[in-house]
Write a protein that binds this ligand. Structure first.
Ligand SMILES: [Zn+2]
Length: 738
């Protein structure tokens, strides 16, 4: 007797996995190393669905009937619509013992508009300890037991979409990595509460392929977590040529090493001109002249002791920022014109800083002297593609092929006039990839990526250090810093709300690409409410961005009675009672404290990746991170899951150097051989009445307990520090000699 099931189901098998598919397209995949089985659509028995053009019309197919043939490495599934062949074949191939590739082929007469080859697949339920990892900004972990229903779409390289071409899935500690290499892939994550099955939650995933997207891969990793998924994806990134690390970049651009430990200061913006929708000037404000720009940089260096900085100015261009692009020259006379900007560049560079000009090759304005519709991207119907409504009024989007032309027109002159040692092109790594339908300069998303990469490469060749907004993995070989990937306006995301999916932010980017690029957040935020944001930056090991400034020489005109900051409060990092920045203005206190923590942390870990990350408490309040082998970080984020204040609690840990360390709400501990920092209630055997901030750094490269020269910085609180068997009293900063 022939087993009916065996006869109908086709099986692909390797030592590590088993793929079994039936004629209706439903399938299961067993990861043999863990015994975990992954399934196809739990709602409809089928492989997926497709929208196609056939015989001059449009049709939607439910992919639920196949004629299947197989050999040792692959299964070919010919789709039958009403029992007829229509020319669509799905191929599942074993690429190696742990990887399946899924692709499709068509014959003449059938064109696929979009196809879901994964549809509500690879799902996990609330009882299976499942989660998905989405590479959006730093990284998002979406658990399968949140109790929430939602659908969220992540387009490849879209704004807050997938910033890398991958997705991770984990169920019962069995991990798999899904990868593709095409911007025409969209991921949909869906969570359903299925009341029929006793309130069970199902978290599932769909992959929508269009245009050139014809395939994806699933690599089954056996037992693992998001850390193993990151490691596996790093191999993929290397294969694609996008994993270009600092060693290679610094060989080409030695100045790029100035980014190691550099905080990001952006004067936004020197000249601020506002135009209404009719093109009338509403306001014109000089926030900083180019002379004041220099005074601020010198203040940071001389008064605050900031050694490493990426110092960026916006609004230096002719009419002020977001006005009359792409006609940027000459530098605006209101702030001092060409001569004073050239002098500012020289003097800021002389401080050892990167002096960076903020520019833009995406937007064009109708009132710009070189306005021409021929530069503008066209929609499918031939109309002009609209950009945002910014300070200079309505902007239009320049086709990226034309951007390159305009950059080649402008930038050599900028180089000659001002010679900045760093440059910033707005939006290039932020906006999604566009299509252009102008017959003179048509673009697919692939072309858009190519011309944007060329623009970056060109800018880099001219100025050296180069950066752009947010950050996508295709930009990694073509830049030195991403501004916005780490966070936006004091939060990890811009419009995405992790709580809507019960999701948690994880430092996934730092596990894949950390040693390739500098990363910052973007936009201003309130320093007196930023403790969570500071701790987020400690977890990812990235210096902060300081983009909120009062006009003019801010420290000279600071308001009296500025808040001094409270312990156990979001304002704790503006404290300076008894510490280094006591008596200084609020902005300076915050800058000094946070730079002293984050700059050395970044400097010593720039060329490492995060090798371990875990939540130490059930409410996800306390996080533990390891950079490389021996840089250990613990933070007590105080606010529990979903950003609610779940009740403030101390966290007690025992460390090598500090013995029992009590971390109050918003406390942290960084411990490594050559750098220690803590915001704690006890360290080294001393118990403090209120949380104190100290950092300790070896100056001779030897471990702190053997070093002959140690620098101690005291941010705030009591001044006693017990180290190497002695108690010191450190008011501001001391060099200890042993
Ligand atoms: Zn075009």
């Amino acid at each position: 007797m022939v087993n009916k099931n065996e006869n109908e189901n086709k099986i692909l098998e390797s030592p590590y996995l088993r793929f079994e598919v039936s004629k209706d397209g439903s399938y299961s995949i067993t990861d043999k190393r863990t015994g975990v089985v992954w399934y196809s659509n739990p709602y409809v028995k089928r492989l997926g669905s497709a929208t196609v053009e056939i015989e001059g019309g449009r049709a939607w197919f439910s992919l639920d009937s196949f004629e299947i043939s197989k050999n040792d490495e692959s299964v070919r599934m010919r789709y039958k619509h009403d029992r007829k062949e229509v020319g669509l074949t799905i191929i599942v191939r074993l690429l190696d013992s742990e990887t399946l590739e899924v692709s499709y082929e068509t014959t003449k007469g059938l064109t696929v508009e979009s196809i879901r080859l994964l549809e509500d697949a690879l799902w996990a339920t609330d009882t299976e300890k499942g989660y998905f990892v989405v590479p959006v900004r730093e990284g998002l972990l979406i658990p399968s037991d949140s109790g929430l229903e939602f659908t969220h779409v992540f387009g490849t390289f879209e704004y807050e979409g997938c910033h890398m071409e991958m997705l991770g899935v984990v169920k019962k500690e069995s991990a798999a990595l899904i990868t593709w290499h095409d911007p025409y892939v969209t991921v949909e994550v869906r969570s359903m509460i299925n009341s029929a099955a006793e309130g069970k939650q199902i978290l599932s995933l769909s992959l929508n392929l269009k245009r050139t997207a014809r395939a994806f891969k699933i690599r089954f990793l056996g037992s693992g977590s998001y850390i193993d998924i990151a490691k596996a994806y790093r191999e993929e990134a290397l294969r694609k040529g996008w994993l270009v690390d600092w060693r290679q970049k610094i060989r080409q651009t030695p100045d790029a090493s100035k980014l190691f430990g550099a905080s990001n200061f952006k004067l936004w913006s020197c000249l601020d001109r506002r135009i209404d929708y009719k093109g009338n000037e509403k306001s014109l404000t000089v926030n900083w002249t180019f002379r004041e720009v220099v005074e601020i940089a010198e203040h940071l260096k001389k008064d605050l002791g900031i050694e490493k900085a990426l110092f960026i100015i916006g609004g230096w261009i002719h009419r002020g920022y977001d006005n009359q692009h792409p006609d940027i020259l000459p530098a605006n006379p209101e702030c001092g014109g060409n001569a004073l900007l050239a002098e500012a560049s020289e003097r800021v560079k002389n401080l050892g800083y990167l002096f960076c000009l903020h520019d833009n090759y995406q937007d064009i304005y109708r009132d710009a002297p070189s306005w021409s519709e021929r530069y503008v991207m066209k929609n499918q119907d031939g109309s002009l593609k609209k950009g945002g409504f910014w300070a200079g009024g309505q902007s239009w989007l320049i086709c990226s092929k034309k951007s390159l032309e305009l950059a080649k027109r402008n930038l050599p002159k900028v180089k000659e006039l001002f010679d900045p040692n760093a440059y910033f092109n707005d939006t290039t790594f932020a906006a999604g990839l566009y299509e252009c339908y102008d017959p003179e300069h048509p673009l697919t998303k692939w072309d858009d990526m190519k011309y944007k990469q060329e623009l970056c490469k060109y800018t880099m060749t001219l100025f050296g250090v180069f950066g752009s907004e947010c950050g996508k993995e295709w930009g990694i070989p073509y830049g030195h810093f991403f501004e916005g990937l780490a966070g936006v306006s004091g939060k990890p995301y811009h419009t995405l709300e992790p709580s809507s999916m019960g999701a948690r932010v994880i430092p996934f980017f730092e596990m894949v690409y950390r040693d390739c690029i500098a990363v910052y957040g973007k936009y201003g935020y309130d320093y007196s409410k930023a403790a969570d944001y500071v701790l987020h930056h400690i977890v990812i090991g990235r210096p902060l961005h300081y983009h909120s400034w009062e006009r003019g020489l801010y420290w000279k005109r600071a308001r009296e009675n500025e808040p001094s900051g409270w312990p156990y409060d979001l304002s704790c990092f503006i404290r300076a009672d008894g510490g280094w920045a006591e008596g200084m203005c609020l902005a300076d206190r915050f800058i000094k404290n946070t730079h002293e923590i984050l700059s050395p942390l970044h400097e010593i870990t720039t060329e490492m990746t995060i090798t371990k990350h875990e939540f130490l408490t059930p409410d996800y309040r306390v996080e533990h991170v390891v950079f490389g082998e021996n840089v250990d970080v613990i933070v007590n984020k105080a606010a529990g899951e979903f950003g609610w204040i779940s009740g403030y609690e101390d966290y007690v840990c025992v460390s090598k150097m500090g013995e029992e360390v009590v971390l109050p709400p918003f406390g942290f501990l960084i411990e490594s051989p050559t750098f220690i920092a803590f915001h704690a209630l006890s360290w080294g055997g001393i118990k403090y009445k209120k949380p104190v901030l100290f950092t300790i750094r070896s100056l001779d490269g030897k471990p702190i307990n053997e070093s002959e020269k140690i620098k101690v910085f005291h941010g705030f609180g009591e001044q006693e520090l017990r180290i190497r068997g002695r108690t010191y009293r450190i008011a501001k900063e001391e060099i200890l000699i042993f």
